[in-house]
Every structure is written in C-alpha cells, then in structure tokens.
Design a protein around this ligand. Structure first.
Ligand code: 6GU
Length: 225
C-alpha cells in the first residue's frame, strides 16, 4: 500500500511513522508513506498557500491551486483509490473504515489547517472525508497519523500475531476483555482462576462474557450498532 500525505507541517508527521510497527511495516515493504510539503506548491515568491475568505470573517482558507497542483502531480504517477480529506466536519473514523482502507492500493491524505480548504477542492477532488472525533485539533496531521496507524496495522503481515488484529476491541463491536500476565498473585491481587485452569473453551466463554460486560458498562451504544 502506498500513502501520500499532503501537509503544511510535514515535520509533524516524521516521528509517528518512524518507530515501532509502522516503521517495521515500511522496512518490510508492506507500506510506503510519502509526506509532501504543500508549501513547495505555494504561489509566487512567498509560496502562498492560504488567503482570507470570500464574504469576510476571521481565519485563513487554504487555496485551491497549490493543493490541486500537488494532487495532479501525484496522479500523473499512479492512480489513487481514495483522496481523503482530514477534517473535523466529517463522519468519524471507526474500525470499519480502517478495515476498508487497509484493502486499498494507493491513497492520498490531505490534512487541513486554519479554517480548512476551499470548498471546491472538496467538491471536485476529495472522495472521502474523515474526522477522528468530536473535538478540534490545530491541524489534520495528528488525525492523519491516527488514520494511517489504524489502517496499516490491518495489512496482513504488519503485526506479528495475525490473530491479534482480529481480537481487538471493536473488531466485533465489543471492547476487549481484561488481560493478565505474571505474577499470578501480586500483593494479594489474584488473576482470575479460570485463566490458570488450562480449560480453553471455558476461558473463551469467560472472555466473551467479560467483553460483553465491559461493553455494556462503558460503551452500551456499541451494542445497538
Ligand atoms: Cl481530521 N482535523 C482537525 N483539525 N481536528 C479534528 C479532526 C481532524 N478530527 C477531529 N478533530
């Protein structure tokens, strides 16, 4: 999978993609992530990328030309399955979206700043808009990092234990059950006996019950989806 990210603060995206699982996925050739500095596509001597909004009002709007020039250049090199715009005024990211995106070959992610991008980019070029939750970030970069992380860990081979992505919270609309490791008794706090029993069918039943219980308590809304 190839992911091109268009950003005005490309440095913000350096660290998240150069450690741990994402780094290993890149090293294994399972994913290629390229960050493009929108400023390089800015207009004139000052490399302008934003301007005041028509109709008046505070806040700058990201201009259409630099973004379209960047997208067109990318499209000359390959065809894209999705051109995604990260913005708080969109549907919220969930596991189903991450699952769908993990099957794509090439995607572009455009991250917004200021008041957002000129609506005409959204109308003509963007194929999907994604928010990561009901709060406002200073820019879309951290949201893009979240989207990329959630997506690429689902690509086969990216996480070692294939089983583990399948048993994540949300994969079946349930939160994960509690987990324990050694010691079995820490200062009198004991691990549930069932987990030490070796009775694997019973352990699976217990885990399902706990997952359901936890979901009922913390996220009952998930049970109605
Ligand atoms: Cl995608 N962008 C920004 N700026 N804020 C957000 C967001 C995205 N998702 C939630 N808040």
């Amino acid at each position: 999978m190839r992911i091109d990210i268009i950003s005005v603060v490309p440095n913000l995206l350096e660290s998240p993609f150069n450690h741990s699982i994402v780094k290993r996925a890149k090293d294994k050739g399972l994913v290629e992530i390229v960050v493009h500095d929108l400023r390089e596509y800015g207009l004139g001597n000052y490399k302008q990328i934003d301007d005041t909004q028509f109709g008046g009002g505070a806040g700058m709007v990201m201009m259409i030309e630099p973004i379209v020039n960047c997208i067109k250049k990318l499209q000359l090199q390959r065809s894209y399955d999705e051109i995604i715009y990260m913005t708080p005024d969109a549907q919220t990211l969930n596991q189903a979206t991450a699952n769908t995106l993990s099957l794509k070959e090439n995607i572009v992610i455009l991250t917004g700043h200021y008041k957002g991008v000129d609506q005409r980019i959204r109308d003509k070029y963007i194929t999907k808009e994604i928010s990561i939750g009901d709060y406002v970030l200073t820019g879309g970069e951290l949201a893009a990092a979240v989207l990329v992380d959630a997506t690429i860990r689902l690509i086969p081979g990216v996480i070692g234990d294939e089983q583990s992505a399948l048993t994540d919270s949300f994969q079946d609309n349930l939160l994960s059950p509690p987990v324990y490791t050694r010691p079995a008794n820490f200062e009198g706090m004991k691990v549930p006996d069932i987990l030490l029993s070796g009775n694997f069918p019973k352990i699976e039943d217990w885990r399902s019950d706990k997952a359901y219980e936890r979901t009922q308590q913390i996220r009952p809304d998930l049970l109605n989806e």
